[in-house]
Design a protein around this ligand. Structure first.
Ligand code: HEM
Length: 391
């Protein structure tokens, strides 16, 4: 099915240009078709994004769940399965993110953030390459009880995978994806050989799941671990880069947080709204349908542009401003509906501690040079450097 082209995906973007494009689309063509990246609808308004996310019977995740489409033969639950098939995988992981376990994570996060942040505060430099890329990998390695060698391997392969995705080098992407599968397969083999307590080990939890008395299929457990090993790394990496750019551009906000650390949780929510790191998670229409009057054909990919929905003036008045006095923050940063991010509470612990230590250990960040940006499906810096004025 051919569609009238509403916009083209710019080849070169900067930190602000995606927001300008999305504002234009929200105002003039909120459900917009692009022939780029295989062809897709961009859903840019908050209500329409919610509609797509909540109506999983119409908009399936089993065909194309990211723009640009990454060709792969393997399924990775829970993201690639519609309800109820995604649930056992989510439940197995969510039991490791109970309020009690999260309060333990809060204590563990302090030294973990300090370990990676302190050298950066001393020397300044690239916050993504030298800090925010390492921290989420260390956290996930800890979450999955991986040893240091495996964590380092994920760091290297994860970086190469991300670079291949940014450059749309699909052969390299497949090769790196296979390497991540190998890491996940080793983890499963290890848990079979040396069983661990499902209460304390997420991989053991997945192996312990029974659906109607049967264990989950091996290839799906493998896919789920591969999904978790990567999906939690990229968003925190780029988002921390965005937070630092914001602080550098707004020294008054930096000073306010340095003086009032109690404001950090509110500030984090506002920054998660302003610099939402995912814009390309997608669904596919099962039947001909419409979104706010725009006809969508069966089989069309639909990208839910979270980065745009969170700046919709109908939900967030004065949407481009950083304001800590917002009454309600109906954020879509972590999605909505059956695939809403199960890692969100853990991500928030990591990001809160990072923002806290960043603004307690420094009083001013000055951006050095240009920002190298990520591309769809993410938004945010891949690399950005700063001079740091220590406290
Ligand atoms: C700033 C950090 C993060 C952001 C903004 C983020 C955002 C998201 C979003 C928007 C989705 C929904 C995708 C969709 O509906 O198609 C999602 C799903 C998911 N996220 Fe996160 N995420 C973050 C961190 C993490 C972390 C740290 C983990 C792991 C501990 C994680 C694990 C997952 C998984 C497994 C899914 C798929 C869930 C499902 O399909 O049921 N995420 N994330």
């Amino acid at each position: 099915m051919t569609h009238k082209v509403d916009f083209t995906v710019p080849e070169i973007e900067d930190f602000d240009s995606p927001h300008a494009l999305f504002a234009e689309l929200r105002n003039h063509c909120p459900v917009a078709w692009s022939d780029d990246m295989g062809g897709f609808w961009a859903v840019t308004k908050h209500a329409d994004a919610r509609h797509v996310l909540e109506n999983w019977e119409m908009f399936t995740t089993t065909i194309q769940n990211v723009v640009p489409r990454v060709a792969t033969t393997q399924r990775r639950p829970p993201l690639h399965l519609d309800p109820p098939h995604n649930k056992p995988y989510r439940n197995a992981i969510q039991r490791h993110l109970t309020p009690m376990k999260l309060s333990d994570w809060e204590k563990r996060m302090k030294p973990m953030v300090a370990r990676f942040l302190d050298p950066w505060i001393e020397a300044g430099g690239d916050i993504c390459k030298d800090f925010s890329f390492h921290l989420p990998i260390a956290m996930l390695a800890d979450f999955f009880n991986l040893d240091a060698d495996k964590a380092e391997l994920i760091r290297v392969v994860g970086a190469e995978f991300n670079m291949a995705l940014q450059r749309m080098d699909f052969d390299l992407l497949r090769a790196k994806s296979d390497e991540l599968y190998d890491i996940a397969a080793d983890l499963i083999a290890d848990r079979h050989a040396t069983p661990r307590d499902p209460e304390t080990d997420p991989a053991a939890s997945l192996l312990a799941v029974r659906v109607e008395g049967e264990p989950l299929p091996d290839d799906m457990i493998l896919g789920a671990l591969r999904q978790f090993l990567l999906v939690g790394i990229i968003a925190p990496t780029t988002f921390i880069g965005s937070m630092a750019v914001h602080l550098a551009r707004h020294p008054e906000h930096h000073a306010e947080l340095t003086a009032n650390p109690d404001l950090v949780p509110e500030a984090l929510e506002e920054l998660l709204r302003l610099y939402t790191p995912y814009r390309g998670f997608a669904r596919t229409a099962r039947e001909d349908t419409e979104i706010s009057g725009c006809p969508i054909s069966k089989g069309d990919p639909v990208a839910i542009v979270f980065t745009s929905a969170n700046r919709d003036a109908e939900v967030f008045p004065d949407p481009d401003s950083y304001r800590l006095d917002r009454e309600a923050r109906d954020l879509l940063t972590f999605g909505r509906g059956p695939h809403m991010c199960p890692g969100a509470p853990l991500a928030r612990v990591l990001l809160r501690e990072t923002l806290l230590q960043l603004t307690q250990k420094s009083v001013r960040l000055e951006q050095r040079g240009e920002i190298e940006m990520t591309n769809w499906p993410e938004y945010g810096p891949l690399s950005v450097s700063f001079d740091v004025k220590k406290r």
